[in-house]
Write a protein that binds this ligand. Structure first.
Ligand code: PBG
Length: 323
């Protein structure tokens, strides 16, 4: 009878062996918790397609941020719902805008958590696109000015890091230059560098009320079959001054996370997006899967692929499970 000399099962026989040879660990340090802020008072309204996620008014938002801080989550990322949308995304860069006010309130109430802001115009545009639209086209270079203004207004309000998510060409350079000219040379940029035109953003568009009113985002977000192009996007953003490179979505793009990490050596963030979250929630609600085990497996897989940090709507649950 032949017995193999190397038996992988030897080191799987109990939890202590498994702990010792475990290659990847998910920790609370890896989590970034996305939050949606809206005008008004006393509002905590559940987003129907994203159970356990809410539109918060600022007063309720600070309570939620405190909970995240108490759980040990190091950072949140903020998305704003403006009072009114227009064709210039005016509230995006208004010093009294919803995100700017939210940053100030959080920094006052919970100074010891990082506040990251999503820098994009789609939530603030009446047509729902991420840039200025003329004759049905999303104009790149004119949009850069508004993005830079938006990022600056977030930094001035006290944001710790800005995260441009629009996918216009040259926006990291534009944001970097504007921040530097205004004394924010120490504010890092987390760039949504490889952001794909994805159907997995469906529930978010309800959450942020940002569905495009005509057409789609394929003229600026990436085409999903492409991997080397993601690397070019990452390299460009690094040259332009990005500090953290994001890949988004995560689950269908694990190869991109691995490629970007191994080829750049930069800190890599992965966005476990709304559709990925909602699929798990829906299946768990039907008892088709074990939610906790599935979530831990997905997020550990994202880390194993090479992500240093994960933006995820599961952040609070995971922090509780890891305690
Ligand atoms: C803004 C933005 C989107 C997401 C993050 N920032 C939507 C989009 O590009 O359509 C999606 C996040 C998610 O689905 O969880 N441009």
């Amino acid at each position: 009878m032949y017995f193999p000399e190397y038996r992988p099962r030897r080191l799987r026989q109990n939890e202590n062996f498994r702990r010792m040879i475990r290659e990847t660990s998910l920790t609370i340090n890896d989590l970034i918790y996305p939050l949606f802020v809206t005008h008004g008072k006393g509002i905590k309204k559940e987003i129907s397609s994203m159970p356990g996620n809410y539109h918060f008014s600022i007063d309720k938002l600070t309570e939620e941020v405190k909970k995240a801080r108490d759980l040990g989550i190091p950072a949140i990322i903020l998305f704003g719902l403006p009072e009114e949308k227009d064709e210039a995304a005016s509230e995006a860069y208004d010093d009294k805008g919803i995100v700017q006010e939210a940053i100030r309130a959080i920094k006052k109430a919970v100074p010891d958590i990082l506040v990251i802001t999503d820098v994009c115009l789609c939530e603030y545009m009446s047509h729902g696109h991420c840039g200025i639209v003329k004759d049905g086209q999303v104009l790149n270079d004119l949009t850069l000015e508004l993005l830079a203004k938006t990022a600056l207004s977030h930094a001035e309000a006290g944001a710790d890091m800005v995260a441009p998510s629009d996918m216009m060409d040259g926006r990291v350079a534009a944001v970097r230059a504007t921040l530097d000219e205004n004394g924010h040379q120490d504010s890092p940029i987390m760039s949504y560098a490889a952001k794909y035109a994805s159907a997995f953003y469906g529930p978010f568009r309800e959450a942020a009320e940002s569905a495009p009113q005509f057409g789609d985002r394929r003229s600026y977000q990436m085409d999903s079959p492409n991997a080397l192009e993601a690397l070019r996007e990452a390299m460009l953003d690094m040259e332009e001054g990005a500090d953290i490179i994001m890949v988004k979505p995560a689950m269908a793009y694990m190869d991109i996370i691995q490629l970007v990490k191994s080829e750049t050596g930069y800190p890599v963030a992965a966005y476990n997006v709304s559709g990925e979250f909602s699929m798990v929630k829906a299946a768990a609600a039907k008892n088709w899967i074990d939610e906790k085990k599935v979530v831990m497996e997905i997020l550990t897989g994202i880390k194993r692929a090479g992500a240093d940090m994960i933006l995820t709507y599961h952040a609070k649950d995971v922090a509780n499970w890891l305690k």
